[in-house]
Design a protein around this ligand. Sequence first.
Ligand SMILES: [Mg+2]
Ligand SMILES: [Zn+2]
Length: 207
Amino acid sequence: MGRALAYAKGPRTATPQAPIAFLDRDGVINLSVDGHVSHPDQVRLIPGAASGIARLRREGMAICIVTNQSGVDRGWTSETGIHAIHDRLTELLLEDDEEAHIDLTLTCPHTPWHGCGCRKPESGLLRLGAHLIRTAGWKGTLRGRTDLPPSTASLGTALDIMVGDRRSDLMAGHGHGARSFRAPRDLGLQPVLHRLLDHEDRGDEVW
Ligand SMILES: [Mg+2]
Ligand SMILES: [Zn+2]
């Protein structure tokens, strides 16, 4: 199965009832830099990402980043390096908009051939996010490897959303039962924000 990397930096504000916005990272929140951000200095926010996240929070949503980073198991970056990137990302978001707090950041560190349950298009990261936010909880800071809940666990709600720039993001979102939206790569949340807020919008099919 494999264990996912969990990162959270307090305060913990999400309530167990909150719908969750699952957001892909590279290409949706920060510029994708050819697919790999391997150092905190490479993190560049997409314009409007912070205000988009703040808008979703004002709608009462919890925010959970779900990202594939096979560079960890390939040896290109370390777990410590991943946490440093997420320190930088959360710092930049809050500098841009003080309401742009990320509740939880979950990373699949595995290679495609590992057969883990967390690498998107699998929906294990979303299941884990829902499990932590809805049932397990945590106190303040979270940094470490975490087991996935069993695949039979039903933790999604009809109000959860997933936003990503790849097919695998939408497949993971559909697998979780979330309304799933394709964001244009490196333009991020703003072009789809009005759709995310419209509960009648059923989201995008996998293309
Ligand atoms: Mg992406
Ligand atoms: Zn994985």
